[in-house]
Design a protein around this ligand. Structure first.
Ligand SMILES: Cc1ncc(COP(=O)(O)O)c(C=O)c1O
Length: 425
């Protein structure tokens, strides 16, 4: 097949008729398929469900002399803090282990920044004339929504294959109204990019005008390789300290995609001073986290080596799904020449860039044929992709056979939307 760009109008019309006919057949099949959400599949959840049996008696609930069934240890039980420190390569005293959601921690940091300020804030952010927040895009829409919720102006920073465009970031942070940046440094959502060492070093060495500038370092996919060996990752907290910015970074992670999504346990890691500051603030909000769940997890996951073994088992379930996506795109879309996509080795997403101006239309067609995708534009501030091109594919949830069917419909819709545009022009 030739690339669409080299086809005559007559050939495009013929192609359009053939793709439309296939689309109409897909529509009659009454499909109900979902590639919208980065959720683990049931098989992944079943695989780790031994977790439910770990604590079965009162004696099991003692840890380092602490009875986890009772109040206390607001920053988390020592074994849980040691666990995350090993995973993130930082120190236990730099961690605060929490409840089931890391997003909740991120929301809390921004919320406290607005209500009380961060450690070096001259005033709470709500008293600032204006707050601006940098959003490397495409990025994770829930991050953007948190800062939008509090009224910050969201500023798009383009992603490169090495991470966010750091020339632009270094320029933008000279504005004292720019208070922070969202980052998913390993297997970024949705592009699956691992920030390079040089980008990470430039982050640690930033010289923002705002004294309370916050790097929101969401390391959600820190151990989530599905293709190849574990990729070690630098400790941003140490790098920031060495660069003279000890309190600039807040790192987050959780076991949402290691054990149970939304029912695991999370961590915030930062300087000891930031952890002390936030422990004081959080003590107003809660007396204790769910330490029973923390202990259950530490006993089950044990340590980093054992966690990586479990991640290998997740990888065995995930890899065939990402392969199914790659196969469909390579066979059906690559020859048409109007789209490109990333092939990550970890994380939960494939990020595809289709013909500009056709992403929304393609996903509308998908919906009509019973395939649900993340809405077009969702990965950009305010939900608006200026090129109407990026689409996030989340292959983890459906079984492979369903995924193959969904990808066939998806590829058909991409083609149809592109052909409609070419013929309209
Ligand atoms: C980048 C990123 N951060 C955070 C989360 C949510 O994490 P949690 O369940 O710990 O709130 C997700 C979920 O998809 C994610 O992709």
């Amino acid at each position: 097949m030739n690339a669409y760009s080299s086809m005559s109008k007559g050939k495009l019309e013929k192609m359009y008729r053939s793709v439309s006919a296939h689309y109409e057949i897909c529509k009659t099949e009454g499909l109900k398929l979902n590639m919208a959400r980065g959720k683990p599949a049931k098989m992944q959840l079943d695989m780790v469900s031994e977790l439910l049996n770990v604590l079965s008696s009162p004696e099991d609930c003692m840890d380092d002399g602490i009875d986890v069934r009772n109040y206390g240890e607001l920053a988390g039980i020592p074994s849980a803090r040691r666990y995350w420190a090993e995973i993130l390569d930082c120190k236990p005293e730099q961690t605060f282990t929490g409840g089931s959601s890391s997003l909740n921690f991120m929301f809390d940091v921004i919320s406290r920044a607005y209500s009380h300020g961060l450690l070096h804030s001259p005033r709470p952010w709500c008293k600032e004339e204006k707050v601006k927040f940098l959003c490397p895009s495409p990025g994770y829409y829930r991050h953007f929504r948190v800062t939008e919720f509090f009224g910050a102006e969201l500023i798009t920073v383009p992603m490169t294959s090495e991470g966010p465009d750091m020339d632009l970031v270094e320029e933008l942070v000279k504005d004292p109204q720019v208070k922070g940046i969202w980052c998913v440094p390993k297997y970024s959502n949705p592009d699956g990019i691992i920030y390079t060492d040089s980008v990470i070093k430039r982050f640690a060495n930033l010289k923002p005008a705002a004294p309370d500038f916050a790097i929101m370092w969401d390391n959600a996919y820190c151990v989530h390789e599905f293709d190849g060996e574990y990729v070690p990752f630098p400790d941003i907290i140490r790098l920031c300290a060495e660069a003279g910015n000890p309190d600039m970074v807040y790192e987050f992670a959780s076991t949402s995609k290691i054990t149970f999504a939304g029912a695991g346990f999370s961590v915030m890691a930062s300087s000891v001073d930031n952890i002390a500051y936030f422990t004081k603030l959080f003590s107003v909000q809660t007396i204790s986290q769910d330490k029973v769940n923390q202990l259950r997890h530490v006993r089950y996951l044990k340590n980093k080596a054992h966690t990586l073994e479990i991640m290998k088992k997740h990888a065995a379930l995930m890899a065939p799904k990402f392969n199914a996506v790659a196969t469909a795109l390579n066979e059906q879309i690559k020859p048409c020449g109007f789209a490109h996509w990333n092939q990550p080795k970890g994380g939960y997403f494939v990020s595809l860039y289709t013909m500009p101006g056709t992403a929304k239309r393609a996903l509308e067609l998908c919906k009509q044929a019973g395939v649900e995708m993340t809405p077009a534009g969702a990965s950009y501030p305010y939900g608006k992709d200026p090129d109407d091109s990026n689409i996030r594919i989340a292959p983890s949830l459906p079984p492979v056979a369903e995924l193959e069917k969904a990808m066939d419909v998806f590829c058909t819709c991409l083609k149809l939307a592109a052909l409609e545009k070419l013929l309209a022009n």
